[in-house]
Unconditional design. Structure first.
Length: 66
């Protein structure tokens, strides 16, 4: 699964199954886009299925420092 597929599937889930507002969905997707950009800029190659806990923790730590 690619990141684009995962984002599209997640967007549909949030919209159809959770019934969230467009602004909420947009903000969730913005956060995921920031994660993807972080992975790219730090040369971390992984799929949405295989991303490690360490990569997510590093992203959260990096984001909290800003």
């Amino acid at each position: 699964m690619t990141w684009n597929q995962a984002l599209n599937d997640y967007k549909n889930y949030l919209k159809i199954e959770r019934g969230l507002a467009k602004n909420t969905i947009d903000n969730y997707l913005l956060d995921l886009s920031k994660l993807i950009n972080y992975l790219i800029s730090h040369d971390i190659e992984c799929s949405p299925i295989s991303i490690s806990d360490a990569a997510i923790k590093d992203f959260i730590y990096h984001t909290a420092k800003q």
